[in-house]
Design a protein around this ligand. Structure first.
Ligand code: UDP
Ligand code: MG
Length: 326
């Protein structure tokens, strides 16, 4: 492939302290890509590694400048941002995202490519089994995917990580989504087009430790929820209606009890009801503020309003168009 020509495939891999996996990763990707027989590139994004991965990436690039492109970030920005940087530098017609630790086997790529050739724009790899991961990781991940599915409006496929192939059209839309807290698999689902899944077995880590400690996992889950759902903002409203509703129901009950001569709640009933009712009203007001903040948040994210898959060409439209179109 002459330098500068568009490769068919880009493999984007974020790397954070993966020194032991890198040579094997490169070897296996190369073997798989040579078989596909089309021009390809491997975009290695160094996310502020401190274990010497950075130099290793430079060395791979110098050894195989035809295929390897190195994007070296100035510090550790986090997995999702590293992937974003890689996507920005990838030039392929189809772009594959995968992890550096070989948990996503490169040997699955031809299956993803096959679906792409059938006309799918996004082919995500669905983990039908996960090997070598802790019980805790598997359970929290399963819970997380189910929760996300319930409280968000986009259809995010469960049990899929970032391992996926995306057509250039999808990538171009993704590049226009400039939100800072990024949950890439949600964003890809949001874009739409024809999407499908291919099952695979997630392998154990080739070497090293997970780079996703609980702290990063929680931040990731929180970005996913807040990026795609207002439910946390709306909680105040639900709680408010619950509290105020209880107060309103309590009023006739207390009146009836009193008229019937009961001594229960004697003296406290008015206070209790007033507190409950006012608390409810306050929560509802907070919830209303939350709704508006949610909308401001949407505007600030400035996602495109829609993504067009097919439309008449501009000439078919009204003859009189603003002077800007020739
Ligand atoms: N990673 C990264 N920056 C980070 C954390 C992770 O680029 O701050 C990369 C890491 O090198 C790997 C991928 O993201 O290629 C997934 O990380 P990991 O395998 O540790 O996550 P897990 O598979 O345990 O969820
Ligand atoms: Mg991993």
């Amino acid at each position: 492939m002459a330098n500068g020509a568009q490769p068919t495939f880009s493999i984007v891999v974020p790397v954070y302290n993966e020194r032991e996996s890198l040579p094997e990763l490169y070897r296996r990707i190369r073997a798989v890509m040579e078989q596909l027989g089309e021009p390809w590139e491997l975009v290695l994004v160094d996310d502020g590694s401190t274990d010497g991965s950075t130099d290793l990436i430079r060395r791979l690039r110098d050894q195989d400048p035809e295929h390897v492109r190195a994007v070296i970030l100035a510090r550790n920005f986090g997995h999702q941002i590293a992937v974003t940087a890689g996507i920005d530098y990838a030039r392929g017609k189809a772009i594959v995202l995968m992890d550096a630790d070989l948990q996503d086997p490169p040997e699955v790529i031809p299956q993803l490519v096959e679906k792409w050739r059938e006309g799918y724009h996004v082919v995500y790899a669905v983990r039908k089994a996960r090997e070598g991961e802790t019980w805790f990781k598997k359970t929290t991940a399963a819970l997380f995917y189910r929760l996300i599915r319930r409280i968000t409006e986009v259809d995010i496929p469960p049990d899929t990580g970032d391992f996926r192939l995306m057509d250039r059209r999808v990538v171009d839309v993704l590049k226009g989504m400039k939100e800072r807290h990024r949950f890439i698999r949600g964003m890809v689902a949001w874009v739409g087009f024809r999407q499908t899944g291919v099952p695979y077995v997630r392998a154990p880590r080739f070497a090293g430790e997970t780079k996703y400690p609980l702290r990063k996992m929680l931040k990731f889950a929180w970005d996913a929820i807040t990026g795609f759902s207002y439910v946390p903002l709306q909680m105040a409203t639900y709680l408010g209606f619950l509290a105020a509703g209880m107060a309103i129901l309590a009023i006739p009950l207390v009146v009836i009890a009193r008229l019937a001569g009961s001594q229960a709640f004697y003296g406290q009933a008015t206070t209790l009801i007033a507190v409950l009712f006012l608390g409810g009203v306050q929560l509802i007001s907070l919830g209303i503020l939350g709704e508006y903040i949610g909308r401001i948040y949407d505007e600030v994210k400035a996602r495109p309003l829609y993504v067009v898959a097919e439309a008449p060409s501009q000439e078919d439209e009204h003859a009189e168009r603003p002077a800007s179109t020739p």
